[in-house]
Design a protein around this ligand. Structure first.
Ligand SMILES: *Cc1c(COP(=O)(O)O)cnc(C)c1O
Length: 348
């Protein structure tokens, strides 16, 4: 790997107390080109704009996938990743679905760890502070031919972030018209276009005063599937229920971690399809106790109300299970708690 460092760091100009999620990036980036049928020697270089041919395939056909993960710094200044092998496996699973060549495991881990060590001062310690790590790959071949590109660029960029806590209530709208994913489609992949397609329905929901859309199945809008770009959990009569993963649902690493932690705490968990009518009935008879979303950016996000067919349903203010599970997960991430499943991985 070739490493070229910045002459001067820009870290001193950063206001770490007032970071806007995903807008500030560190000094360096990881870059690797695929051409002539193979991944070329990777590089770490100063964070900078790219030069792309206007016909670059990704700009026309959206052949691109990404990952979202975080690096944490403990009170001794040591850096940690959380289940990074799962992110590596998932980006290649996403890539395969988009006909993008798999990225080598050693390049991914050596590249990411070198980058993190180089930019380690950008990771602030303290709960809530972390470095959001964004690996991504896109089709760079200059060609408007509608077929898989022969050239790709794999990159990793890093953004220091603060806790996602918004302070406000999270009120969600259950989708009755639009869909995020369909059978046989790319919902399970972190494919760039999945997110572009959510922006319009989500902005319509925002205008109506909702913070998120709960996506339902594309056939009948009968089953609850995901909350925006999070997986979703319901606590009904003491049991946590979440949708099983399939080709429409993203296999979230936070989701499966929450399931393991809940089981360890003796909380019953069911992975099964959940009908909209079921949670409305549970609300009616007082057994719907909590709803929360899970994902790397938010970890666990309690939801305060949902709306369906122009009716709004409020949830109890207290969300003890969401908070209990979040605290456990965060303790593992920041190396302050036990790590019974060996999820933490040191960056060294
Ligand atoms: C990334 C993502 C999630 C959460 O996955 P994590 O691995 O927990 O970050 C859930 N749903 C969608 C649609 C996503 O893109």
């Amino acid at each position: 790997m070739k490493i070229s460092r910045v002459k001067d760091t820009k870290i001193n100009s950063i206001d770490f107390e007032n970071l806007v999620f995903g807008k500030t990036f560190t000094d360096h980036m990881f870059y690797c080109h695929y051409r002539d049928g193979k991944w070329q020697t990777p590089e770490i270089k100063p964070y900078q704009p790219l030069t792309l041919d206007p016909s670059a395939s990704v700009l026309h056909y959206g052949q691109a996938v990404f990952e979202g993960m975080k690096a944490f710094k403990d009170t001794d200044g040591k850096l940690w990743l959380f289940r990074p092998q799962d992110n590596f496996n998932r980006i290649n699973l996403s890539a395969k679905r988009l006909q993008i060549p798999e990225f080598p495991e050693s390049y991914f881990f050596e590249g990411m760890k070198s980058l993190l060590k180089l930019d380690q001062d950008w990771v602030q310690s303290g709960t809530g502070n972390s470095l959001y790590v964004r690996p991504f790959v896109f089709a760079s071949q200059p060609s408007v031919q509608a077929s898989a590109s022969m050239e790709y660029i794999f990159m990793i960029i890093c953004a220091p972030v603060k806790s996602y806590y918004t302070g406000g209530e999270i009120n969600v709208l259950i989708a009755e018209e639009y869909s995020r994913a369909a059978n046989g489609g790319v919902g399970f992949a972190k494919a760039a276009g999945n997110y572009a397609a959510q922006f319009y329905p989500t902005s319509e929901a925002l205008k109506k005063g909702f913070q998120q859309i709960i996506w339902t199945d594309a056939s009948n809008h009968e089953y609850l599937e995901e909350a925006g770009t999070m997986n979703i959990f319901f606590k009904i009569k003491g049991t946590l229920v979440t949708s099983p993963t399939n080709d429409r649902i993203l296999d979230g690493i936070t989701r499966k971690s929450i399931i393991s932690l809940a089981k360890q705490d003796g909380i019953p968990v069911e992975e099964r399809p959940i009908k909209v009518s079921e949670i409305k009935e549970a609300h009616e008879n007082g057994t719907l106790e909590e709803i929360f979303g899970t994902g790397t950016a938010v970890v666990v996000l309690p939801i305060h109300s949902f709306s369906h067919q122009n009716e709004s349903y409020r949830l109890p203010k207290e969300t003890p299970i969401a908070l209990q599970l979040k605290e456990k997960l965060v303790g593992i991430q920041y190396n302050t708690g036990e790590d019974p499943f060996n999820w933490r991985q040191a960056v060294d």
